[in-house]
Design a protein around this ligand. Structure first.
Ligand code: CTP
Ligand code: CA
Length: 225
């Protein structure tokens, strides 16, 4: 009976979630990536689906599998591909949670052949990627909501609050890497939520499944308020 009740919390709402790393190609066999596992985004997508939401999950390269068969997964590789998929899907969505670890820089050119080793030093020219979350914030309509993450190692709350404002977000989830056990490859996270009214909620170190539950409870509150 409580499962049926839960299914009603987000019934019928279309929600977009991003997860995982992006891979930026250097040449046909190499890329620049990061250690994001995708666990947080997949856990959020599953929890939202269990609350009745219609979930589209845009994922970078990740070994994760959705536990909820209703989650529609779109696989992408690079930041540019993730941007395109997000722009395609956000207009139709009530809310987007951007939990992907998007590369900040990408090679200016992709070598068409494998780069051969030559000198002792090799420089690869990089250019900034488009900030997907900021772009969605610029496209956001009055009926839509936007949630971002912030990964910080210093001045955490100040930097997270700046991102919340700069990217036109309704909520930012600060990921604290400082606490032992929290982070990219682990199964736990320590988060602080800051909403657009600058209301702050601090959470204890928890499993990513439990963190997903906290985040999705907040999503239901934002959507139903
Ligand atoms: N993000 C994004 N597109 C990018 C870079 C980041 O959409 N090209 C999103 C992330 O998915 C996250 C939020 O922006 O939801 C914050 O990412 P983070 O790396 O913490 O901040 P940045 O704005 O990239 O700034 P910096 O890395 O310099 O702290
Ligand atoms: Ca970044």
């Amino acid at each position: 009976a409580s499962d049926i009740k839960k299914k009603l919390l987000l019934a019928g709402h279309k929600i977009l979630v991003t997860a995982g790393p992006t891979y930026e190609a250097i040449d046909p066999v190499r890329f620049i990536g990061n250690h994001s596992s995708g666990k947080m985004g997949f856990a959020i997508a599953d929890e939202l689906a269990s609350m009745g939401a219609i979930v589209t999950l845009i994922s970078g390269p990740s070994a994760q599998q959705s536990k909820q068969p209703s989650v529609k997964r779109i696989n992408v590789t690079s930041a540019a591909e993730m941007l395109e998929a997000c722009l395609d899907n956000y207009p139709d969505s009530k809310l987007c949670i951007m939990s992907a670890a998007v590369a900040d820089y990408t090679p200016v050119t992709i070598a068409s052949q494998k780069i051969k080793k030559q000198d002792d030093h090799l420089n690869i020219d990089l250019k900034k990627t488009t900030d997907i979350l900021k772009t969605l914030g610029e496209h956001k309509q009055p009926h839509q909501l936007l949630i971002g993450f912030a990964l910080e190692t210093e001045n955490e709350e100040q930097y997270a609050t700046e991102k919340l404002k700069k990217k036109n977000l309704d909520l930012i989830i600060l990921n604290s890497l400082n606490d032992t056990g929290a982070g990219f490859k682990s199964d736990t996270n320590k988060i602080t939520m800051i909403d657009k009214y600058l209301q702050k909620t601090i959470f204890t170190l928890k499993s990513k499944t439990e963190v997903a539950r906290d985040i999705c409870a907040k999503v239901a509150e934002l959507i139903n308020q």
